[in-house]
Design a protein around this ligand. Structure first.
Ligand code: HEC
Length: 201
């Protein structure tokens, strides 16, 4: 009998201890991220991830071509002439870049770096979802069912970006100076489709 009482009180003590530990965790509301800190984070990401390499036209400086920050992120400039190239260039095993690194000739044809400023000729009217789809899934204009983005846009490198980083980059780019510039459309290669890269060696 004594044993039963001792065991009983031990069990109720255990239940009491356990119930003390099981208080529902208090909801901690995530602190809202300010627009300012999103823009700062986006600026940092876009600058360190090298978007300028291809999306900002270059001007000639003392040490060669340098980003023309007045036209930052406006992509390949409408109306600018590409230097002459041999017939079949890009299908001969070489890839050509223009001096600005905004136009590239390769087996995929000729691709032109997009305007990613906040202008309506850039990503001014894009939703965050479109931006995310372009950056992480490689959809042209970020719209499903359109064509895939051509090289050298390195979107597969960006596929694992977090939602937070994409949001920050989008918010930053939407805050940039709008630059009006309608980039020429991708030119697919003439003739039959080129062999896959592995067989082209
Ligand atoms: C090595 C060159 C290169 C780099 C680096 C690069 N891009 Fe691109 N990007 C391109 C090219 C070229 C296109 C156009 C491809 C096409 O038309 O198919 C493009 C297309 C895009 C598009 C889609 C535009 C549209 O109209 O569909 C977005 C958005 C974009 N880039 C954002 C970025 C961002 C943000 C970065 C940096 C994180 C970046 N790119 C880095 C070359 C580059």
């Amino acid at each position: 009998m004594k044993k039963i009482i001792v065991l009983g009180s031990f069990m109720s003590l255990t239940v009491w201890i356990l119930s003390c530990n099981q208080e529902p965790a208090k909801e901690v509301a995530a602190a809202p991220v300010s627009q300012d800190s999103l823009i700062r984070r986006g600026d940092y990401l876009v600058s360190t991830m090298g978007c300028d390499d291809c999306h900002t036209p270059k001007k000639m400086g003392a040490a060669g071509p340098e980003p023309d920050m007045a036209a930052r992120f406006s992509g390949h400039q409408a109306g600018s002439q590409l230097p002459p190239r041999k017939a079949g260039a890009g299908l001969d095993g070489w890839v050509l870049f223009n001096m600005s690194q905004t136009a590239t000739v390769g087996p995929w044809g000729v691709s032109y770096s997009a305007n990613i400023t906040s202008d309506s000729t850039g990503i001014g009217s894009w939703t965050e979802q479109q931006f995310s789809n372009a950056l992480r899934k490689g959809f042209w204009k970020g719209l499903e069912g359109t064509r895939g983005l051509m090289p050298p846009m390195p979107w597969p490198n960006y596929a694992k970006l977090t939602d937070d980083d994409v949001k920050a980059m989008y918010t930053y780019l939407k805050s940039t100076k709008p630059v009006k510039n309608v980039v020429p459309a991708w030119e697919p290669p003439a003739g039959p489709p080129p062999p896959p890269p592995a067989a082209a060696q």
